[in-house]
Design a protein around this ligand. Structure first.
Ligand SMILES: NC(=O)c1ccc[n+]([C@@H]2O[C@H](COP(=O)([O-])OP(=O)(O)OC[C@H]3O[C@@H](n4cnc5c(N)ncnc54)[C@H](OP(=O)(O)O)[C@@H]3O)[C@@H](O)[C@H]2O)c1
Length: 314
């Protein structure tokens, strides 16, 4: 059925958006990630329903990487289909990011941080998503063997070439992050945002002073896996559901479901009950309360999950 986005989608504009560092960009406090659940192995109609629900409720930011989906690249292909069928009229209302850094194709030019890899990868992403440009392009991980200037100058150049409007980095340690912020600022392509894993169970960006640095420098911070891939929800309270990420035993292993975790979740559940919130909402609120956090980047395998997550900020 032809898609008409909800006319109400910006009705909570004042509550839902947060300025990304010292930039002109406002991002929704909850953004949608396409790592899992949107690949070639996921039903297209479910992917469409989740994506439409997101946009209908003011989630304008969709996050990809070259290798997302099974097979790698297929989440971006799904976005290409959805662009053609649903979202083309809304392109200017969307803030779409992608990344390159992890292994994507065979041979010496299919991963890390060389100019050769990053530009080829971004071109592939644009073709898969049927886009002329992305709003944000990330270096997905720091490459200790490529001169940092090569990676960073490539980020500058993809903006100059019009392939990306802004640049970000993800998973970089503090010291190279500091060097990146300086290099990019001096070339008038300021670092828009840092993407790091932050949730109640993994606090590295706080402990490593990355979040604080971003906040002081006017760089946005977007927290990925804010629900610890589903651990910080009610998903695993009673067992391991057959359709859950943990059941796949790949990125989320069943040994993470420990008695200590269950005890922690029961405490969180009780705290949530007192606040009128679910476990997931408690977990997302905690991340959003950290000074310097612009947005939480959630995953969802159903509209229901996304709806629950969105209620955190509504
Ligand atoms: N930069 C990086 O290196 C990096 C790394 C990882 C992720 N990311 C980005 O961050 C995004 C989110 O990562 P993530 O998927 O790990 O995030 P997450 O939000 O921590 O976990 C999402 C999973 O939690 C479960 N879930 C979500 N909401 C729920 C709810 N309300 N109730 C019960 N269960 C719920 C679902 O699991 P089931 O699927 O089992 O239902 C869902 O797939 C990715 O899509 C990607 O864009 C970036």
């Amino acid at each position: 059925m032809l898609y008409h986005a909800s006319p109400e989608r910006y009705s909570l504009m004042d509550r839902i958006y947060c300025r990304c560092g010292r930039s002109g960009v406002l991002l929704p406090k909850v953004s949608l990630g396409f790592w899992h659940n949107f690949g070639g192995d996921a039903p297209l109609e479910r992917s469409r329903a989740i994506t439409r629900f997101a946009f209908d409720h003011g989630i304008t930011h969709f996050d990809f990487a070259n290798n997302y989906g099974v097979p790698a690249g297929s989440a971006e292909e799904t976005m290409g289909v959805l662009m053609d069928q649903d979202f083309r009229p809304y392109r200017d209302e969307l803030f779409i990011s992608t990344k390159a850094g992890y292994g994507m194709w065979d041979g010496p030019y299919g991963e890390w941080g060389s100019r050769k890899y990053l530009i080829s990868s971004l071109d592939q992403s644009l073709r898969r998503m049927h886009l002329d440009y992305v709003d944000l392009f990330y270096s997905h991980r720091f490459d200790p063997n490529t001169p940092i200037e090569e990676t960073l100058q490539t980020l500058v150049d993809v903006v100059r070439m019009g392939k990306a409007l802004y640049v970000g980095i993800s998973n970089w340690p503090l010291e190279p992050l500091q060097a990146a912020a300086k290099y990019l600022r001096e070339r008038d392509v300021p670092l828009l945002i840092y993407q790091g894993r932050l949730n109640m169970l993994n606090r590295e960006p706080i402990e490593e002073e990355i979040l604080d640095f971003c906040h002081r420098e006017g760089i946005g911070f977007i927290a990925y896996s804010p629900l610890a891939q589903g651990l910080l929800t009610d998903r695993y309270l009673q067992g391991i559901p057959a359709d859950s990420r943990m059941a796949q035993e790949h990125f989320l292993k069943s040994d993470r479901r420990t008695p200590e975790l269950l005890e922690y979740l029961h405490r969180l559940e009780a705290q949530g009950r007192a606040n009128g919130r679910t476990i997931a909402q408690e977990a997302l609120s905690w991340v959003l309360e950290q000074k310097g956090v612009t947005s939480v980047l959630v995953g969802a395998s159903s509209v229901e999950q996304l709806k629950n997550n969105l209620q955190t900020i509504q």
